[in-house]
Design a protein around this ligand. Structure first.
Ligand SMILES: Cc1cc2nc3c(=O)[nH]c(=O)nc-3n(C[C@H](O)[C@H](O)[C@H](O)COP(=O)(O)OP(=O)(O)OC[C@H]3O[C@@H](n4cnc5c(N)ncnc54)[C@H](O)[C@@H]3O)c2cc1C
Length: 414
């Protein structure tokens, strides 16, 4: 039975999910989690076919529980979806890394897409069969993304796209992308944009991976040379691209911070426990400064959890994502950097000069290096503070001399 097959009170939903997990997870998984047998769980995780598993989870409706059933979800309300998220976290159930697809493309297409687009793209995305990327940032604009230069020019029933994007996470693995492009350079920057779904395998799309501090290549440069997009793949009206992009950006902040998830457990829960274990294991637990920082991390983790609960309650009452996503994005990013620094200090030398085969030390050092990006990706902390200053505290807006003039007259480096 899938969750989509029945509507039930929360406790029943938990039972349905628990029995689905018991039937579908590899044998011994639940027992390994319940008994804390990490070595066994690691073995089972290695043997699991990740792609097949994510597809199965998506087909059952668990990956996107609040989406309508006809588009691959389970039509659950907030409290039930919350239980789904909590149980999946509790049982360390592998989930799709298609976070831009599930967390950003899905909600944007649900709000702005036609029935045909929803039916075509949402189920495949929820089932991890098609990965998505977000094509907003460019070499000449990131924080001020409304100033972007990539152009889309109408040609009958199609649009022809030229330009360059950068920092495009997962573009090298993506089937489709969310593209913000300039369709009218004579209008002020926000007014001249339109929003499209672009086929990342279309002729003229070139993806070049960029290497990060960690040695991984999660993001890319993407070049568009006369790439054709059917007009049916436009989301929102021509010139409404900024409005549609705002839906994506609000959901991005929530997806990156866990806001609205209500779980709290995936917001520092896992890594925090690992730091505690390491501190107990090597004796740094007895260092008063380390103890103080561990306590502070526990308090911060609770603050994030409580804020996420408030955001989720507000979503349940029907309010769309608002500036509270900026609160959790800002706090989560800085919290994770403090936590990763703490993990490195607890590990000591091993996190700085890792020995081959010391997976734990490698993970600690990589976690620290990766966390440097947290205060940049999804909008920098400075920009989050600007949004909060203006929209929550009601402080005067930043002066914006280029806001009401034609985009083509603005001085740009690129
Ligand atoms: C790991 C990672 C993944 C990413 N993935 C994607 C992706 O998938 N898709 C995508 O489109 N983009 C992605 N980005 C890009 C990201 O959104 C931008 O890097 C970010 O918005 C900042 O833009 P920028 O790099 O152009 O810096 P800039 O905007 O040039 O900012 C430079 C510095 O100036 C500060 N600053 C700028 N404007 C102001 C202001 N008005 N007030 C105060 N300070 C200001 C910034 O805070 C920053 O410190 C990713 C970035 C990273 C690090």
């Amino acid at each position: 039975m899938t969750i989509a097959d029945r509507r039930a009170p929360s406790s029943e939903i938990e039972q349905v999910l628990y029995s689905w997990l018991s039937e579908n997870l590899p044998s011994g998984w639940i027992e390994a989690v319940e008994s804390g047998d990490r070595a066994r769980l690691y073995e089972l995780r290695l043997a699991l076919n990740y792609e097949e598993w994510c597809e199965k989870l998506g087909r059952a409706g668990w990956a996107t529980p609040t989406w309508p059933k006809e588009y691959g979800g389970a039509a659950l309300e907030g409290p039930e979806a919350k239980l789904v998220g909590e149980l999946l976290s509790k049982y360390k159930v592998p989930r799709s890394f298609n976070i831009i697809g599930i967390g950003m493309a899905g909600p944007t297409i649900l709000q702005w897409g036609s029935h045909e687009l929803k039916a075509r793209y949402l189920p495949a995305l929820a089932q991890h069969r098609e990965i998505w990327c977000q094509l907003f940032s460019e070499p000449g604009c990131g924080s001020d993304v409304a100033a972007l230069s990539t152009s889309a020019v109408r040609d009958g029933d199609e649009w022809v796209v030229n330009g360059q994007k950068v920092w495009t996470t997962l573009a090298h693995m993506s089937s489709f992308g969310l593209l913000l492009a300039r369709t009218n350079p004579e209008l002020p920057k926000h007014a001249g944009l339109s929003y499209f779904i672009v086929d990342m395998k279309a002729p003229g799309v070139e993806v070049r991976p960029l290497m990060q501090l960690t040695g991984d290549s999660e993001f890319n440069e993407v070049f568009f040379t006369n790439v054709k997009i059917p007009d049916s793949h436009r989301l929102g009206e021509v010139g409404d691209g900024w409005k549609v992009a705002t839906t994506t950006l609000m959901n991005e902040r929530s997806a990156l911070s866990g806001a609205g998830s209500e779980s709290g457990a995936n917001v520092g829960g896992g890594p925090y426990e690992a730091v505690i274990r390491a501190a107990k294991g090597n004796g740094s637990w007895n260092n008063k400064v380390i103890r103080h920082r561990l306590v502070q991390a526990a308090i911060d983790g609770q603050v994030i959890k409580m804020t996420n609960l408030r955001v989720a309650a507000s979503r349940r009452s029907g309010r769309p994502p608002g500036p509270e996503g900026s609160v959790t994005k800002l706090f989560q990013a800085e919290y994770n950097q403090r936590l990763q620094s703490l993990a490195v200090d607890v590990a000591g030398m091993s996190a700085m000069a890792t020995l081959p085969g010391d997976d734990q030390a490698m993970a600690t050092s990589k976690g620290f290096l990766r966390s440097r990006a947290n205060t940049i990706e999804g909008g920098t902390s400075e920009i989050m503070r600007n949004i909060l200053g203006e929209r929550v505290l009601g402080l005067p807006k930043e002066p914006q001399v280029d806001k009401d003039v034609p985009w083509e007259t603005i001085k740009r480096s690129i």
